[in-house]
Design a protein around this ligand. Structure first.
Ligand SMILES: [Fe+2]
Length: 393
């Protein structure tokens, strides 16, 4: 038995935003609009709201989605009493929009509803209708059920989690990602890759998430470099699609040790989530393959073989070829290494211990010991070229 949840309505394609604007009228007469740093991308939306005389208030998220900031925004939102929330921006903007859709109709503070640093109370009132419009291809937050926020005091991420947080409508217009810098496109794109990869090999997949992951990886593999370097329309569309599928996959299957370690590292490094998960991905794949060989888990090795076939486009690829593909792609995308982002061996034990407590690591296809996590961190820090690694062959 399995279940699969996603946004009620998904509108995808070039020009999807302009095409869908009239649908906003179905959700009421007033909107709280959450935008990101580049408010220009929201111009057609704001123009439409003005033209229709819909009452709206705009709130901008310029930096991290801090709990204190969301608390203030929720207070403003409760005074404004919107009929709907529209979030147009990257993952943080959509997460803030989703959090506001839950907080405005519910009593109390953010801390009542977030996990990790809060009370994880269930939502008693149904969230406001939420329309999510991504402008980057990475998190897939437009179709997920979490709103990830940051507690500045404890320096940790905490999330409001509820199936009711899945946006009512996701409008995915790949043209909104045009012009995004190579660095941002690369780290967001590799985050989408890590969602698809980890959900594909995780301990709790289902036939629908398998299908979603395979199609997402098939689209992403040939597209990611073109999307980042040339702003190629087909590649941008494939990345937007793969990102959405990555969101569906992570929301309906599980993730793994790359996201577990990334959650721990995110608390100690001042680096974007995608940059961290991207660099961890090949080393986690290598460790899982080694662990699977040790215990003779042929089904898992076959998964990694299938993953490698999709990534390389070769029907006879070996599990290690998938790792080589990831490392070559990271080099082409010129993503910063984790040591250059501040990772050093004095942090290893703290990071490994904290990763073992993360929710993502529970989805890893095999339990990884602290010793294995330390091995991953050592290899990451040495920036080992895994194509040269004899233990993988
Ligand atoms: Fe991620």
């Amino acid at each position: 038995m399995f279940q699969f949840m996603t946004a009620t309505r998904i509108i995808f394609g070039e020009g999807a935003l302009n095409h869908s604007l009239s649908l906003l009228n179905n959700y009421g007469y007033s909107a709280l609009v959450v935008t990101g740093r580049d408010e220009q991308r929201a111009a057609p939306l704001l123009g439409y709201l003005k033209q229709q005389n819909l009452r709206f208030q705009q709130l901008a998220v310029h930096d991290e989605p801090l709990i204190a900031m969301v608390e203030e925004m929720a207070a403003l939102g409760r005074l404004f009493k919107p009929d709907m929330i529209i979030a147009i921006g990257g993952g943080s903007v959509m997460d803030v929009g989703k959090a506001l859709s839950a907080l405005i109709p519910n009593q109390g503070s953010v801390y009542d509803y977030v996990d990790v640093v809060g009370r994880s109370l269930p939502l008693t009132a149904k969230p406001l209708p939420c329309i999510a419009i991504p402008t980057t291809a990475g998190t897939g937050s437009e179709v997920t059920r979490n709103a990830v926020l940051i507690s500045a005091q404890e320096n940790v991420k905490a999330a409001i989690r509820s199936p009711d947080l899945i946006p009512d409508m996701a409008i995915i217009d790949p043209t909104l990602t045009y012009g995004t810098s190579k660095a941002v496109s690369a780290r967001c794109g590799m985050d989408a890759f890590t969602h698809l990869m980890e959900a594909y090999v995780c301990g709790d997949p289902n036939p629908l998430t398998d299908m979603v992951c395979e199609e997402g990886l098939r689209r992403l593999a040939p597209a990611i470099i073109h999307a980042c370097e040339d702003d190629d329309p087909k590649a941008r569309a494939d990345m937007a699609f793969a990102s959405m599928l990555g969101g569906m996959a992570q929301s309906n299957a599980k993730l793994g040790a790359a996201h577990g370690l990334a959650a721990a590292l995110g608390a100690v490094l001042d680096a974007p989530h995608g940059a961290i998960t991207a660099q961890l991905a090949p080393y986690v794949m290598a460790e899982n393959i080694l662990a699977a060989r040790e215990v003779g888990r042929m089904s898992l090795l076959n998964r990694y073989r299938q993953l490698a076939c999709i990534l390389t486009g070769r029907h006879n690829a070996e599990p290690s070829d998938g790792i080589v593909w990831v490392q070559r792609t990271l080099k082409r995308l010129e993503l910063c290494s984790l040591p250059s982002l501040g990772l050093c061996d004095t942090l290893f034990e703290q990071v490994a211990a904290s990763a073992l407590r993360s929710s993502s690591i529970k989805g890893n296809p095999l339990p990884l010991s602290e010793k294995r996590l330390l091995h991953i961190l050592h290899r990451v820090c040495e920036s080992s070229d895994l194509a040269e690694s004899t233990d993988l062959y």
